[in-house]
Ligand binder design. Structure first.
Ligand SMILES: Nc1ncnc2c1ncn2[C@@H]1O[C@H](COP(=O)(O)OP(=O)(O)OP(=O)(O)O)[C@@H](O)[C@H]1O
Length: 205
């Protein structure tokens, strides 16, 4: 899978958030999108997931010689982001079952195995609304990493994680990010230091 941006820019009202991005993202590689708060990282990630249109320029999604329509991109992407909330009334087991009604699980991993990987056997029947912010973040990350999608998009992946949680995240990266196109929006090095490519929003202002 390849995502190509040609002269891409986005503005809200009269304010340009970024302009003239020419860049190609390719499968099997990892990318960090870097910038200070409010610089436009999440906006760019939404464009890359097909959920927001650029104000100028062109984005194309290509699988080998096959062009992918923008409306079909959502099937190929897993996103963990602060603005994408879990359904709070679900128990953990229900949230996992619900998620995998829409996305195929990676290597046919079962809900039981996901719960074991989260280390949350004792909380499987607890409603998400009673989870701590760090527990919710772990659930979001597990659902994204363990979905069988070529594109893995992580916006501030270590928010609310303690040092143990950060090690757990890095283990997910080692185990499940390898052959995918991984993009991390961040301004914390620990979250993106594994990414071999970096795109700085400031270069496109
Ligand atoms: N729907 C919208 N309407 C108007 N302005 C918006 C909208 N979405 C984002 N913005 C503005 O675009 C700019 C970039 O926001 P964005 O969330 O992409 O930044 P970010 O780099 O991800 O920030 P953070 O690190 O705080 O998450 C901000 O000034 C924000 O206020």
């Amino acid at each position: 899978m390849e995502i190509t941006l040609e002269n891409v820019g986005r503005r809200f009202n009269r304010e340009w958030i970024f302009k003239h991005i020419n860049y190609t993202f390719s499968s099997g590689k990892s990318y960090a999108i870097l910038g200070i708060n409010g610089s436009g990282k999440s906006t760019l990630l939404q464009i890359l997931s097909g959920s927001l249109s650029p104000s100028q320029g062109k984005i194309t999604f290509q699988n080998g010689s096959k062009h992918i329509e923008i409306d079909n991109v959502f099937q190929k992407v897993s996103i963990a982001a602060p603005y994408l909330e879990l359904i709070e009334d679900f128990t953990l087991s229900e949230a996992i079952d619900f998620h995998f009604r829409f996305k195929t699980s990676l290597n046919n991993i079962t809900a039981k195995e996901v719960i074991a990987l989260l280390g949350m056997e004792k909380s499987k029947n607890k409603q998400i609304k009673y989870f701590s912010s760090g527990m919710k973040q772990r659930v979001k990350l597990a659902l994204a990493f363990l979905s069988d999608t070529e594109l893995l998009f992580l916006d501030e992946p270590c928010s609310n994680l303690d040092s143990q949680g950060i090690d757990w995240y890095l283990e997910l990266v080692r185990s499940y990010a390898k052959d995918r196109l991984t993009i991390v929006c961040s301004n914390q090095e620990v979250e993106y230091s594994f990414c071999e490519n970096q795109l700085r929003i400031i270069d496109y202002k």
